[in-house]
Design a protein around this ligand. Structure first.
Ligand code: COA
Length: 164
């Protein structure tokens, strides 16, 4: 993700979340590339999805994943997560965490395919929605088995979304 992508990113962000991140927050994240990976998915010049990951030492955290509503269900988020999990391995992580709304089944199913398992609840984490967050972790992402899992997911992606 580059600053020039922020307009397209914000257009999706505002529709995806009740409490969207501000452009300044994205810009602050982009100013720390040593510990962050922010990726966009594009069709031609248009941003159609993005994902973010922070890595500190052996632990990484998925901060954001969103896809343009009209283009959901085409595995764009899956591709973004393949790339973010590989980036986490490259940056030295052994495990990755994330928070997701307890009623966001779709995102939870997506994360489960990547080996994320529910480990706890943060009460009222999404206070504006009066909703709890499910905390999910994926362990052992440096293992051979996990690399194979990512390769398998990537190989099953449809053409156009699959890595070249
Ligand atoms: C959650 C979100 C990012 C998913 O994006 P997406 O690009 O639609 O996700 P994908 O297409 O990669 O994967 C979802 C669908 O692809 C299909 N799919 C993916 N992998 C598949 C596989 N291996 N086999 C069969 N179907 C598969 C499924 O239909 C799946 O949807 P389902 O599990 O609900 O049936 C998107 O809905 C979104 O932006 N939501 C709003 C923001 C949000 O909630 N983000 C998560 C915050 S934690």
């Amino acid at each position: 993700m580059r600053r020039r992508h922020l307009r397209g990113v914000m257009a999706i962000e505002r529709r995806a979340y009740a409490r969207p991140w501000s452009p300044n927050l994205f810009a602050a994240e982009l100013s720390e590339p040593e510990t962050r990976s922010y990726l966009v998915a594009k069709i031609d010049r248009d941003v159609v999805g993005y994902a973010g990951m922070i890595c500190y030492g052996e632990e990484a955290h998925i901060t954001n994943v969103a896809v343009e509503p009209m283009l959901q269900g085409h595995r764009i988020a899956t591709r973004l997560l393949v790339e973010e999990m590989r980036a986490a391995v490259r940056m030295g992580a052994r495990a990755v965490s994330l928070e997701v709304r307890v009623t966001n089944w779709r995102a939870q199913r997506l994360y489960a395919r990547f080996g994320f398992r529910p480990v706890g609840i943060r009460r009222n984490y999404y206070a504006e929605l009066h909703e709890d967050a499910l905390i999910m972790w994926a362990d052992d992402i440096r293992s051979e088995a996990y690399a194979r899992r990512l390769d398998r997911i990537a190989a099953q992606l449809p053409e156009g979304v699959r890595p070249a």
